[in-house]
Ligand binder design. Structure first.
Ligand code: GAP
Length: 570
């Protein structure tokens, strides 16, 4: 789907003489539509087994989210084997990432949760798993060959390439006489960082022009797709600091490859840029085999590839990623699609809440006017407040009959539906919920990142919902050199391991082991201690979020955890 270009124009009023900068947001599309979702309703020392003294509950650090930095998230992911830069031993490869032992579990859980919620727990949705490389005509019909592009500008001096809709220029206008002394140009970021960068550039510019200390008017940012040639000739490139940027031109995002032994024009094929088209080209196969009646959906989870001009913000925008998409086919008609669209927005939001995204970090971005793809009737994004700003997390589009009609034209095969009751034949319309796996994972990690204080000591942990936590239970034998104790712990571990992904940790002080488990979001730790084997035959189960501990007979542990970890259901 050609992506609507983002138009972000901020007005910022500032004084370079040290007065506090007053921020006047004017037309940020995301900000304008970002509306909070409705709020929903959800013993002993943490360092010691339950038999020891009880400690107070952890002290919450409530403002922690605003202090979360992407560097902290990236570093945690690397340090604990969640996500690594790809090909790191060869200095990495921009826009590509590898999931480590814990990350691959997390990813699997997120995909399973989506599949379970939207396919297995619904009778009106079935799944497919199509090839990644389709007959190239697919992309001609879908419009990707001609239209799947982003606007790009090049810096003629540094040879760096930028997405034109992610670079924002503003005139620097003197307050006293309204004259323009030059331009600043900043990369898209959160408002604060954009203004900070623009301020620095403006300060330099004023100094160069012998106007140090002058007051300037509010920045009027325009992205570079909205700028004329004569203005572009004055806009400094972020690379060279001089006006060395080209005018924007379209850059197709599809990765090309060759199929077969010969490499010529006829062997060109493409890595799919979205999973959706694999669904449309299988519409007839599924309809003919799955005995479905409208409305019905076809879901697919899988890799997608986009040669992004500026992959950025870790796994938020990468060149290889995964998508979870559903094409939900509905009867045609101007008054039919809206309730389906609204229901899918509600179901999507409910899913995101269920897997643990914080309500207050989500919002909506309703595409209107220019922001809407030409064939779409409506599109609403569910946004998320990432540490680098509010951005699209998931899109729910009403695409009319554009796709089936295009593939009917392109393939010469009729992709319609016969309604046995009305005896009518028609092309269904479609609602498309589309969520990036990796973007969802980043939102889940940010959302789960928490800090508090336990016994006066700072603790940072991932408060993952149990359904997506990479490891559900960590089994900790209190000591590693007492054979009966280790044996009892091992037996319990093996019993738990057949049900859930568990970890075994026998090294270090118990408090340190709890911290290790907390940091990667293990919901429960089970400690086997001396009393287990010598006295009560019970173990200590510690809850990650409350640090509360309960003593449970060893034979009841599976049942107890089963209830606590219950998988998400419909
Ligand atoms: N079939 C519709 C479609 O592909 P999209 O808005 O281009 O629409 C849908 O992508 C979702 O895929 C986005 O909301 C985002 O979650 C994810 N996504 C898109 N491009 C991405 C990228 N370069 N890296 C990571 N995730 C991406």
């Amino acid at each position: 789907m050609p992506r609507p270009y983002r138009s972000l124009a901020l007005a910022m009023l500032l004084s370079l003489n040290g007065a506090a900068a007053l921020t006047v947001r004017s037309t940020s599309r995301i900000a304008r539509h970002h509306r909070s979702l409705t709020q929903l309703a959800s013993t002993a020392s943490p360092e010691a087994p339950a038999s020891e003294a009880k400690s107070p509950a952890p002290v919450k650090n409530d403002g922690a989210y605003d202090k979360v930095k992407m560097e902290d998230i990236v570093s945690l992911c690397k340090r604990r084997g969640i996500i690594f830069p790809s090909s790191e031993i060869y200095n990495g490869f921009a826009g590509f990432f590898d999931y480590g032992p814990l990350g691959s579990e997390l990813k699997r859980n997120v995909k399973d949760a989506f599949w379970r919620s939207f396919v297995q727990c619904r009778e009106d949705v079935v799944g497919i798993d199509s090839s990644i490389i389709h007959n190239p005509t697919t992309w001609q019909s879908s419009g990707h060959l001609d239209g799947f592009s982003d606007p790009m500008v090049d810096c003629k001096e540094t040879k760096l390439r930028y997405r034109a809709d992610q670079l924002f220029a503003s005139p620097v206008v003197l307050e006293e006489d309204g004259s323009t002394v030059g331009y600043v140009c900043v990369l898209e970021a959160n408002d604060e960082d954009m203004v900070k960068d623009a301020k620095k550039q403006a300060k330099r510019l004023l100094k160069e022009k012998d106007l140090k200390g002058s007051k300037i008017q509010a920045f009027q940012f325009r992205d570079l797709t909205e700028i004329d040639e004569d203005v572009m000739a004055q806009v400094p490139s972020p690379g060279s600091g001089k006006p060395t940027l080209t005018m924007p031109r379209d850059f197709n995002l599809m990765f090309q490859t060759s199929v077969g032994a010969m490499q010529d024009a006829s062997s060109v094929a493409y890595l799919r840029p979205e999973t959706a088209q694999g669904i449309f080209i299988n519409y007839k196969n599924v309809l003919d085999t799955a005995r479905l009646k409208l409305p019905f959906g076809i879901a697919q989870i899988g890799k997608a590839f986009r040669n992004e001009i500026t992959p950025r913000n870790f796994i938020f925008r990468s060149r290889e990623f995964e998508q979870m998409e559903i094409e939900y086919f509905i009867p045609p008609g101007d008054d039919v699609w809206q309730p389906y669209h609204e229901k899918w927005i509600a179901d999507a939001r409910e899913f995101l809440l269920k897997v643990g995204l914080k309500d207050e970090l989500m919002g909506y971005d309703i595409h209107e006017g220019d922001g809407l793809a030409h064939y779409a009737r409506a599109c609403t994004d569910i946004t998320f407040r990432f540490p680098f700003g509010v951005q699209e997390l998931m899109g729910i589009a009403a695409r009319g009959d554009f796709d089936l009609t295009s593939h009917t034209k392109g393939s010469g095969k009729t992709l319609d539906y016969f309604d046995e009751q009305t005896r009518e034949r028609f092309t269904p319309h479609v609602i498309e919920p589309s969520l990036g796996v990796d973007r969802c994972i980043l939102a889940l990690i940010c959302s789960a990142y928490a800090e508090d204080e336990v016994n006066g000591e700072k603790r940072s942990y991932l408060a993952f919902h149990p359904s997506i936590a990479p490891v559900k239970v960590s089994v900790l034998p209190l000591v590693k050199n007492k054979e009966p104790l280790v044996l009892a712990a091992r037996q319990l571990f093996e019993k738990l391991q057949v049900r859930w992904n568990c970890s075994w940790d026998q090294t270090g002080a118990i408090g340190r082991r709890y911290r290790r488990a907390d940091e990667v979001g293990v919901p429960f730790c089970v400690t086997v201690d001396f009393e287990t084997i010598e006295d009560d035959g019970a173990v200590t189960i510690r809850d990650r979020d409350t640090t509360e501990q309960v003593r449970i007979p060893i034979d009841d542990v599976v049942d107890y955890l089963g209830k606590k970890l219950m998988d998400i259901r419909k």
